[in-house]
Design a protein around this ligand. Sequence first.
Ligand SMILES: [Zn+2]
Length: 493
Amino acid sequence: MQAKIQAILQSREILGKEPRVYMQGYDIPELSARLFPVKTQNGLYLAVWSGEEKNVFERPSLVWREKDEVCAVYPFSFSNYLRLTRFLAHLKPSPFNHHPSFGCGDRLGMVSAAHLKALKEFPVFPVIAQQSPRELQKTRRSFADVLLGAAWGILESGYQGTFGADADHIKDEQDLLEARDLGYSMFTLDLSEKVNYRAFAMDERELSRRYEEMNAQEQEVFGRYRDKKFTLSLGVEVDLSEEKLLPLVLAYLPAVEQVEYWYHLLREELSSFDLEISLDEGESITSPEAHFFMAEELHRRGIDFRSIAPRFPGVFEKGIDYIGDREEFSRALWTQVAVARDIGGYRLSLHSGSDKFSIYPIFFRETGGLFHLKTSGTSWLQGVAVVAEKNPELFLRIYQVAYDTFEENLKAYRLSVRKEELPANIGKVKESDVPKLLRDTRICQLLHISYGSILEVVGEELRRFLFAEENTHYRKVCENIRKHLVVLFGEER
Ligand SMILES: [Zn+2]
């Protein structure tokens, strides 16, 4: 039947060249039909083969009839995806509660099948839809597109398990509600702009003035923790003496209140979801006291969050290994683990996790496997690597765009590379040497942060090229994620 569908599509050509029919198809008993995922250069489709035309999906792109056989091809639009979830419920994301989990961002929306292939070999819950509003804006995609891309990966690969969809780094209510209503299962609340970090820079005079001006709510919270000291099970001390507690309350209480408000917006519609508290892009390293205060206050308010991403010491830049003192990271992680274990019910989350190979073993060991880890740009870079290997001319143009827009892209990402360190002109590099350019971590970092500009200029061409090179693209993406997981799990597999 696969071959027949391929032939039908090829004869019409209206859906674009090189139609690919995936899998042996899915039986849909409720419709007495068999459904095949179809991909062409123009997009994604569902081919439904049955004895008569069904009106379950909308806007067919093509209907083929012969005697008592009908093959109708529908665009894999969001509304057709929702219709499909009535029959294939595993295409809907679901929360993962307390399992270790691994998030893969798919900026191009092309490689979820490759992500799944790597992830399913390891005991992790796969979060294969994961983008932030910042990424969406740069890639000109939407939360709906991202979920659709992930669901497509499930459909295309034949994966039958569960998966998560993470609305990452949410800062605005509008984004939160949009992701909620689309069916996302995980919400990462970015509190970097809600925490009042200035409180830690206040001098004594300002602090005592703020103390006098505290409202009833602040006073109540302050009184609850005032002068308390806790020794946690791992021997980690949490000191909430008055002088430490005051800036802590002033800084973090607004964030707690924001989470509480957002949590209730989610609860209005959803009975179960994964909530992540993200402090990783905040201005200062998260102290054990700050973590303790946040977690305690959230639990006291009945907020069931599932993970917290503290800001750790060291630098987590895109596309390269951890920069910093690993001993210091290890000690900081230890205190965060102590708080999380004592309070209980949630895990630690590590963001910008791509390529942080040197700290993975520590992270795995200290968290006892109770973690969430996020990677994103690393798979995007694999796509660029395919171009470097197979289409040096396109790669040179991509590099030029990235180089020319460096300052612009630096606004959204923190990078220690300076423009002077990057080659201004790589046009003279021999074609066979182009892939070697990616051994230079500075060039990787440049390409890592420039995805928005690159997609704007050569996005269509890049997608068309990667569509044609799908096998190589998938293989590279899968191997790269597998490499992350092998280092992370070490001998524990
Ligand atoms: Zn983050």
